[in-house]
Design a protein around this ligand. Structure first.
Ligand code: DX5
Ligand code: ZN
Length: 216
């Protein structure tokens, strides 16, 4: 399967989001990654469902919403209404993760669970069969443009094993510090979806950057 690229809007020019969404819309990237931060789960505050709803009419690309918020259950229907297709919550932010995952699916979205860099893949043992996606944080969440953590490669391999062992069909997504310097290695180690913020929107030519990151 060809991998999926999800440019992250967090690194776009916030004074010209229409152009940023248009750029992704007209590019071959399949998904648009949307980072929601609450200033509690992570030390930064980004944007919320009203922004997602506002840009929804601008593209039909898959909206890949990454919730970096505490107690995300409160907002599942809100993000569905805003137009999210995939909704990812953090394992570290959910006390009743199974219930949260079922609620996301019942709302009509694909369910993802994200792991912080220190969180072991073993925590997914009893839930991975229910997931559509596992998002591996390859930086500590909160900011774009950080340095990639190399332990991600072995984590991907452990997740691949766990996925096979549990008969799961979850896609493996990598988020943080992804660029041309590590994309081949990430794909070799089993990444299905690559998130790219700075390496797309920080590039002189974002469209070429998308194409390069997507090349087979
Ligand atoms: C970080 C976010 C990422 C961020 C990635 O907390 O979850 O999605 O946008 O940005 P880069 O690709 O610049 O590391
Ligand atoms: Zn993200």
């Amino acid at each position: 399967m060809a991998h999926i690229l999800a440019p992250s809007l967090l690194s776009a020019d916030f004074t010209d989001l229409r152009s940023a969404v248009k750029l992704v819309d007209e590019s071959p990237a399949q998904w648009l990654h949307l980072d929601v931060m609450d200033g509690v789960f992570v030390p930064n505050i980004s944007y919320g469902p009203s922004l997602i709803k506002a840009i929804r009419p601008l593209t039909k690309k898959v909206f890949d919403t990454h919730l970096m918020i505490v107690d995300p259950d409160r907002y599942i229907s809100v993000f569905k209404d805003a137009g999210s297709d995939v909704l990812t919550v953090h394992l570290e932010a959910c006390t009743h993760l199974h219930r949260t995952v079922q609620a996301i699916k019942a709302a009509g979205m694909k369910a993802g669970v994200s792991l912080n860099p220190h969180t072991s893949v073993n925590g997914l043992e009893d839930i991975i069969a229910d997931l559509d996606l596992v998002l591996v944080m390859s930086v500590n969440p909160g900011f774009g443009g950080q340095k990639f953590i190399a332990n991600t490669y072995s984590k991907l391999n452990r997740l691949r094993d766990l996925r096979a062992q549990k008969g799961s069909h979850a896609l493996l997504e990598v988020d943080g510090g992804v660029g041309m310097d590590n994309r081949d290695e990430l794909l070799k180690n089993g990444a299905d979806v690559l998130v790219a913020g700075n390496s797309v929107f920080g590039a002189n030519d974002p469209v070429s950057a998308i194409k390069a990151l997507m090349a087979a």
